[in-house]
Design a protein around this ligand. Sequence first.
Ligand SMILES: [Zn+2]
Length: 168
Amino acid sequence: MDFSSLVAAKEGVGAICNGVKALLDAKEFAAVHEKLLPLLGAAVDANGKLLDVQTVADAAHRRIRELEAEVAALKDWEEDKRRYRLHEVVPGTFVYRVDPAVHGAEPVHELCPNCYQKRVKSILQRGGVEQQHRTLRCPECGSTFLLDRIEAAGYTIDPEPLRSLRTF
Ligand SMILES: [Zn+2]
């Protein structure tokens, strides 16, 4: 017997086995590839849906932060507005004046009643003279509030008209 032929045959069988194995591997890869493609498609679709969910979640978080800020501002306003009382500065002119019992170190001041109803704290400022009346003016909404009437010519304007109007 020729041992070299046996070695060659063994080598040939080995090569065939390797080739079959390679074919089997290729066949398995094709099967896996065939099953993998739909999975990859599903994964891409799921990833897109996750991004959509993330976008919705981000918007929801933003809205929650906005609402929390609004609630905090409302709580602050509700607490602050208790410090003011409706006050008739002169007959027919109403403003909100800080309660003298709680104004602390702040100077006595008045708030615009229009802005007050809209939860805006707008401190009235001294305005000019309109229709022969001293005025208070709202810097926020521009409303003007008539105060006392300035009498005939020859008058002198009190340099502190608001102070003279305050009764407390
Ligand atoms: Zn106002």
